[in-house]
Structures are given as C-alpha cells and as structure tokens.
Design a protein around this ligand. Structure first.
Ligand code: PLP
Length: 404
C-alpha cells in the first residue's frame, strides 16, 4: 500500500488547524487569559425564526408515514432550486434555469470537488492571497507541480497578486490558465470586484477558453448597489463561469450545511463537452443529497420573513465590521475591506511578519486573528480580522488592540 503521493506534497496542516493548536497551547500556558476569537470565519448569531419554524415543520413531516422522505434527489429538491433561481438570479436579470442549480451541503466541498471535472493537467490561476481550499484541493489532484517553501508557491499554479496597488482586485493572469478561481467579496481581503473588473475576466476567459470558478459565498454582505452579486450579472458569463453559493454566511448555516453550485448548460470545454452533464454525473455518483429538513430550511431563507431576518443578521455583523474598521484606523493601522464584506484586512505594524503579529496580538491583547501569509505569499505583512464575533467581544477586542 502506498499513500497518495499528491497528499504527501501538502505542506503542514490546514491553516485554521495550525491556529487552533497555537491558541490551545497559549491558553494552556495562560489559563487566566480571556481570549477573544476574531480569527476563523464562523458565524455566531442564531438561525433566524423563519428557518427554525421550517426546520420544526420538516422534522414533523419526517415523523409521519405519509410525509416521510428518504434519500433526497441528488441534484437537490425542485422547491429549493426554483427559489434560488428566481431570487438569486432571475430577479437580478441573470438567465439561470432551475436545473442549472445543484444543491449540496457546502461550498467548501464543492469548491474542492469541482476541479474533478477538469483535465488532470489543467493549469489553475488563483488570487494571491486566497481561500486555501482552492489550491490545496488542486494539490491533492496532482495539478500544482512542486512546492517552493521559500516563496510558498507551487510551480504550476498561476498566482494573481492582490495588493494595495491594485485595490486587492487582480490583473489578468500572466500565463494562460484553464481554470481561474475568483472569490468576491473576497476572503481574506474583504475586497470586491467591480462590474468592469469581472467583465474583463469574463471576456478574457471566453477568449482563451478558460473556466472561471466564481465563489459568491459572501455576496449577502455587498452594500454598494454597483457591485455585482453574481458572475451571471456579467455579459458572457454563461459560456465561461461556474458559481458557488453558500447558506453559511448569509443565513448562518455553517452547522446545518447547505450550498449550491451553478453550472450553465452553455458552459462547454474546448472540445464542446457540456460541463453540466459532467457535474451531474459526479454529483450523482459521489453525493446523496442534502437533507430534506435542511433544504426546507434553505427554502425559508427565501420567504419574505426569511429575507428580512437574514438582512438583520448581516447588518449586525456589518456593525461589527464598522467597529473594527473605525477602531483600527483610530489606532493608526492601514486597513481595507469591511464595507462590502465581513473581513477586515490590515497591514501589520512596523513591517512585522503576519505570524509575529499573530503572536503579539494573542500575547498582548488576547485576540485571535488570522495571519495574512497563511492565505498566500502576497498576504505576508497582512492580517485578517472577522466581523463574526459578538458586538460586545468585538468592542472589547478593539479596545484592547488600541491599548497595545
Ligand atoms: N468559500 C469561501 C470563500 C469561504 O470563505 C468559505 C468558508 O469560510 C466557504 C466557501 C465555505 O462555505 P461552506 O460553509 O458552504 O462550505
């Protein structure tokens, strides 16, 4: 028996496991320290009442012989696919049909799995810094070449630096890729992409025959009416883009698990193969459907009350974002993000490395954040804080940071 050699190439463990270990060790050594976590991107507010009612009702249905449901359809229940197609897409003028939406239990799972339908030697372009799952899942698939520990880059990955100079929205890739991962509003920088920027990518992808994998997990945080919520708001996206959607950050489903991936019928590979059919085949083989009760809860998100209630939750997080943004500015930090996204991206002081700042913040303020370098080489000297804490903890964390 031999382990998969691709897995053996992965450097270290997953970023957030490393952070958890460090925090655990610090807490063990300093039991009196009252640690505030503004690191991991998990939500803290409870599910909204519309979702809770839908869950109760669906659980009751499952207890009755007449309404019991077994395996869910592996591509998702029609009621949810329809609600999403109507409200997330057609209401915004995006031409997306119900059957182009595939329901799943997470955008993380789908963002890691979507690469399976592409050639094993596909060249991948990613933003730098980036949500680590995109690169790591391609490492596992053996596509990324060799790792250079000095530069923290893979030889076959095309990096698109997102820096203060380009407003954290990347220029087109320097070499021609087959797959381009884009995530806006962005994790970790909190930056957004304008319509013009996305149009540039869509036109480019159509021209070179590349596919964009657009991660819209944070679209609910967009406050600026000019910023697109979906890649399909961009002309030409149906022939070059897949979109990932999640119920985690807009509706607090991180523990319930629900998401969707959109693959339009018009999306074909360079030989004319429809990717919709391949993803349906993959889903049908490897996935047995998100739970009925969770899909009913997802449907409730699209009810009038659900929409109102999740808006209130998002607004509460954005109030935290404002506290962080304002407080850090007052403390003299260079900050961005936090306006159309729940992430605040700050420049570390005095040229400290991201990890040195992590240690300093934990030690002197007992606040946990995420080192920017963990998201890619261009994240060095940056640090991510999230707006997902409670309001009180956010206020206290910022007061402590101001006193550092
Ligand atoms: N995509 C991005 C960019 C994320 O930051 C996250 C979670 O932090 C996810 C996807 C995960 O979404 P889900 O909870 O639906 O798996």
């Amino acid at each position: 028996m031999q382990a998969n050699p691709n897995y053996l190439k992965l450097p270290g463990s997953y970023l957030f496991s490393n952070i958890a270990k460090k925090v655990q060790a610090y807490q063990a050594a300093h039991p009196e320290a009252e640690i505030i976590r503004l690191g991991i991107g998990d939500v803290t507010r409870p599910l909204c009442p519309a979702v809770i009612s839908a869950l109760h009702a669906a659980v009751d249905e499952m207890g009755q012989a007449e309404t019991f449901r077994g395996y869910a359809p592996d591509l998702g229940y029609e009621f949810l696919r329809h609600a999403m197609a109507e409200q997330d897409f057609r209401a915004r003028g995006c031409d997306i049909a119900d059957d182009e939406i595939f329901i799943s239990d997470g955008a993380k799972t789908d963002s890691a799995a979507i690469q399976e339908i592409f050639s094993p030697d596909a060249r991948v372009a990613v933003c730098d810094p980036v949500y680590p799952v995109y690169v790591d899942s391609n490492v596992m698939a053996g596509r990324t070449g060799e790792y250079d520990a000095d530069t923290q880059t893979w030889s076959r990955v095309i990096y698109m630096p997102c820096t203060a100079d380009n407003g954290f929205a990347p220029a087109l890739p320097a070499e021609t890729p087959d797959l381009i991962y884009l995530c806006f509003p962005n994790n970790p920088t909190g930056a957004v992409a304008t319509k013009d920027k996305l149009q540039e990518f869509v036109d480019y992808a159509n021209r070179v025959g590349a596919v964009i994998i657009f991660d819209a997990a944070y679209e609910a945080y967009i406050t600026d009416p000019e910023i697109p919520h979906s890649i399909y708001e961009i002309e030409g996206a149906r022939t070059c883009a897949i979109e990932l959607r999640s119920f985690s950050k807009n509706a607090g489903f991180t523990g319930l698990r629900l998401a969707a991936t959109v693959v339009p019928h018009d999306l074909k590979d360079r030989d004319g193969v429809e990717l919709h059919g391949l993803w349906a085949r993959r889903h049908g083989t490897k996935y047995n459907g998100a739970p009925y009760i969770v899909q009913r809860a997802g449907e409730a998100v699209y009810s009038a009350e659900g929409q109102q209630q999740i808006k209130e939750t998002v607004a509460a997080y954005m109030k935290n974002a404002q506290v962080i943004l304002q407080g850090l500015k007052e403390a003299g930090y260079t900050v961005s993000g936090g306006v159309n996204a729940p992430y605040i991206w700050l420049r570390t002081p005095e040229g400290m490395t991201s990890w040195a700042f992590f240690d300093d913040l934990l030690d002197r303020a007992h606040v946990v954040g995420t080192p920017g370098s963990g998201f890619g080489p261009s994240g060095e000297h940056y640090f991510r804080l999230t707006a997902f804490g409670s309001y009180d903890n956010t206020l206290r964390a910022i007061e402590r940071i101001k006193k550092m």
